[in-house]
Write a protein that binds this ligand. Sequence first.
Ligand code: BG6
Length: 495
Amino acid sequence: MDQRALFIIFGGTGDLAYRKLYPSLFRLYEKGYLKENFAVIGTARRPWSDDHFHEVVLNAIADDGRDVERTNTELARKFASHFYYQSHNVDDAEHYVNLKNLADKLDAKYELNGNRVYYLAMAPRFFGTISSHLKDQNLLTENGFNRLIIEKPFGRDYKTAKELNDSVSGSFAEDQIFRIDHYLGKEPIQSIAALRFGNQIISSLWNKEHIDNIQVTLAESLGVEERAGYYETAGALRDMVQNHIMQIVSLLTMEKPDVYDASHLRDKKVEALNNIQLYSVDEAKKNFVRGQYGEDANQTQASYRDEEGTDEHSQIDTFVAGKLISHNPTLEGVPVYVRTGKRLAKKTTQINVVFKNVDTDIFHNVEDNDAIGLQDNVLTIYIEPEMGYTLKLNTKYGNQGYNINPVHLRYRKTPEEKAKIPDAYERLIHDALRGDKTNFAHWHEVSRAWKLVDVIREAWDSEDANFPNYESGSMGPKDADELLTNDGRNWVFNP
Ligand code: BG6
């Protein structure tokens, strides 16, 4: 069904709008989720004409790989004609009067029924000002919906996140706020619930009796690229663990919701995060390790401290590994090992569920009669770039005796299947249009995640690290391996 709405994009000349928002809106238009009853106002400080804005939008579609061929089509031009540009200073209350006039005009022209989506594609320090002016200057409509989409970072610790949240919640209620975590828009992440609760063979084993440990790896091969300014204030802990990793951990450890919908799912995720053990500073020191990349073995890649825009004595983490403990009843005590880092051996996002070993010694070597050791069953969920599953099973090895060797049952989405999957932003914008909050982060999730992460930060801030401590192209510092070997375990993904 098509939706009608006016989008007001703050940061309309920015990178996010260009790379993600305009192409995603175009795909929704192509697929008929947006038809004639929509309009987009792009705002930013610089003075652009509508014509220039249309060119930018067409270029954005062209640069978005999949749609190159189609940019000159009638469809793309018709789509771009729904875009209007308004030069705007977010701090100036009077500018909102012009914005309101244009919004009302477009509402009438495109018959939008007062439905508005405000997309804040700007630095969070502007969120409070924009949302309060939207309210004071009467942009919020009475007759339709008013939804605010915001992007991370939601603060840099619990305190600043709360201030930020308070500043937007003066104008928007929680059910009107859509906090984007783009990992929640990824198909295989959304599929975790289907896998866990839609299969007898998985759901009956997904518990502390059968799972030994869970491992979550978000490895990137790229370095900090052009984002040193931001990254120096964030580091991997804030950039990846507080949001993406905590969201994934909540989906992996939550109890079964009564219904798979936004409110039931949210309750279970909040409960799961509340049941992750909150460490003391000393426990955080023991259970979390940090790293920062140095050069690669051939010295062709610069160390983090030599990247453009970083501090030469930077203490920022480009790698994090840690152990979280779930106290949810089903997985009580099961360790969830997490790690993420830049400049690692390979770009891969994957989850490994390691099952407990079968306690049996019935199999013996024919030659010496020694008991044959069995390997762990492991279920691997591939998120990106591969999408699919591998299940490792022990089977008889094809020889005369009775040796046992593991085989891997493998399913991967084909390139054709992957091409049909909507991009995370396309999906999330569509969800926001439909008012579906299933794949957005609730304040209770965000705030708990900050509390879990703040302790780790505090532990690290109390002493200087000896950086750099891992080579570019490796899988991080050796402390990250020891985190598991000390528990008698190993990382499953170990290229
Ligand atoms: C972003 C981080 O949230 O996620 C980036 O700010 C990171 O630093 C990116 O590179 C990774 O996302 P993806 O979808 O490429 O795994």
